[in-house]
Design a protein around this ligand. Structure first.
Ligand code: SF4
Ligand code: SF4
Length: 202
């Protein structure tokens, strides 16, 4: 992990809440016509999130439609070690009928639907990597999920818009970093862009 961090994060100087920040999030222009397409490939959950979902499986199943499997043994891939996850173990959700096992045929996530119906925060049961996308955490850095973006049709880099991926994800970043962390990120953005536009950075 230490070696990999050095390769990917070698040019990153800013850390917030223990994570390096990839400054490309400030300059990468992004737009998305939400079709739920980002959920068509499943997601990696943290082991703790996986366990929470299984503990509440009956409630989630209640909101499933006929495009979703009620067999919990079909919901997840085998766990794998991954240091970018809090518990050190990631568990991927399976793809069923061309979409994440939790996505219904109307493009809605069962985990978020249940949160809405319970009146708790909309992301209470949602895996962190779902909340963060089009951002992600990779080798100890908050960065852009280029790999996933590249295979999508409706969520893309878009140099015709002014909105950066940082702007696009404001609510998610506040949720993830807290208000203070987000403020620190905003300050870093101002500092970074001043240098960027003065031509000192590529
Ligand atoms: S990235 Fe966000 S806006 Fe785009 S399809 Fe996914 S949920 Fe919708
Ligand atoms: S868990 Fe929900 S938000 Fe995450 S990929 Fe699956 S359907 Fe989408």
């Amino acid at each position: 992990m230490e070696v990999e961090e050095k390769i990917f994060t070698k040019d990153f100087t800013k850390k917030i809440n223990g994570l390096f920040i990839d400054p490309k999030i400030f300059t990468f222009k992004f737009s998305c016509k939400c079709t739920g397409e980002c959920c068509h490939y499943g997601v990696y959950t943290d082991l703790k999130e996986h366990d929470m979902i299984l503990n509440k499986k009956e409630s989630f199943i209640d909101s499933f439609d006929d495009s979703q499997s009620r067999d919990v043994n079909k919901w997840f891939e085998p766990p794998e070690e991954d240091e970018d996850f809090e518990s050190g173990v990631a568990v991927g959700t399976e793809v069923i009928n061309g979409k994440c096992t939790f996505l219904d045929k109307n493009g809605l996530c069962a985990l978020q639907k249940m949160a809405d119906s319970e009146g708790v925060h909309k992301w209470e049961y949602k895996p962190l990597y779902c909340i963060l996308f089009p951002l992600t955490i990779y080798e100890g850095a908050l960065t852009i999920d280029d790999e996933h973006i590249e295979r999508l049709k409706t969520c893309n880099e878009d140099n015709d818009v002014k909105t950066s991926i940082f702007d696009w994800c404001k609510e998610e970043l506040i949720y993830f970093l807290g208000k203070d962390g987000h403020k620190e990120l905003e300050n870093y953005k101002e500092e970074y862009l001043r240098t960027f536009y003065s031509g000192d950075k590529q």
